[in-house]
Design a protein around this ligand. Structure first.
Ligand code: ZN
Length: 242
């Protein structure tokens, strides 16, 4: 099966639409959370995702929009966008979000938003925190989001060292015989300096994963954000990918 693995869409429908078109063909979507927050289209993103066979976990912004955490742990811009999305979210979409788990194992792959030991909050950016996560849970391949930075951590046996691999764009990464934590990067708010939407394709028969980027109409999302009075800093960052 070919699965579209994506994360951190953040209510950016234009970015999601470009990813869905670019990633075809695929049999289902595995989403690593933060469907909403920051962006202008929380309802539309949830509804579009649900048109496909979908497995999804919750992210920290989803928690925020659901009112499960104190909004003041978010910075003022994120909080503004989160509270706006909370007011916008339609009942059925809220119910759908509220039913999502913090983590899930599907076909032997682990899906969490942030990390294995802290599924909602930990930023997995360095080898030391990755090492602790390899030790925490006996998985082969785990998929994470949250940092908005496409990246691979590999546990190197027997020394138990962790090395960081950069994505080899469009090239299949072999998953067999190794332990990996893979972040496909963000669909709706990339932060690695490349403003294009990021996503991955998992082929469960070939046992490969590939990283991809696709340009989308950033100005459409920016215009929708302006119309909804969302913070200027969040509008500006989309075009620099930071
Ligand atoms: Zn996020």
């Amino acid at each position: 099966m070919r699965y579209l693995v994506l994360t951190d869409i953040h209510g950016n429908l234009a970015a999601l639409q470009s990813v869905l078109a670019d990633a075809q063909p695929f049999e289902g979507i595995w989403c690593l959370g933060d469907l909403v927050g920051y962006g202008p289209d929380p309802n539309e993103v949830i509804e579009r995702l649900r048109e496909f066979p979908l497995v999804s976990v919750l992210g920290n912004h989803d928690w925020g929009v659901l009112g499960r955490v104190d909004p003041h742990i978010f910075n003022p811009d994120a909080r503004h966008a989160m509270l706006w999305a909370r007011g916008e979210l339609e009942t059925e979409n809220r119910r759908f979000l509220a039913g999502l788990p913090a983590g899930i194992e599907v076909e032997g792959y682990v899906l969490v938003h942030a990390s294995l030991r802290e599924p909602i909050w930990e930023y997995l950016l360095d080898t030391e925190s990755a090492r602790k996560n390899f030790a925490f849970h006996d998985f082969q391949t785990a998929f994470v989001g949250h940092t908005h930075i496409p990246l691979i951590f590999e546990l190197v046996e027997p020394a138990k060292d962790v090395r960081v691999l950069q994505p080899d764009w469009n090239e299949p990464l072999q998953l067999d015989g190794r332990r990996l934590i893979i972040n496909p990067g963000s669909v709706g708010q990339p932060r690695d300096g490349d403003p294009r939407a990021a996503y991955g394709i998992l082929d469960t028969e070939a046992r490969t994963f590939s990283f991809h980027r696709v340009a989308y109409a950033i100005e459409i999302t920016q215009e929708r954000m302006r119309a909804r009075g969302l913070p200027q800093r969040l509008i500006d960052r989309l075009e620099i990918g930071r």
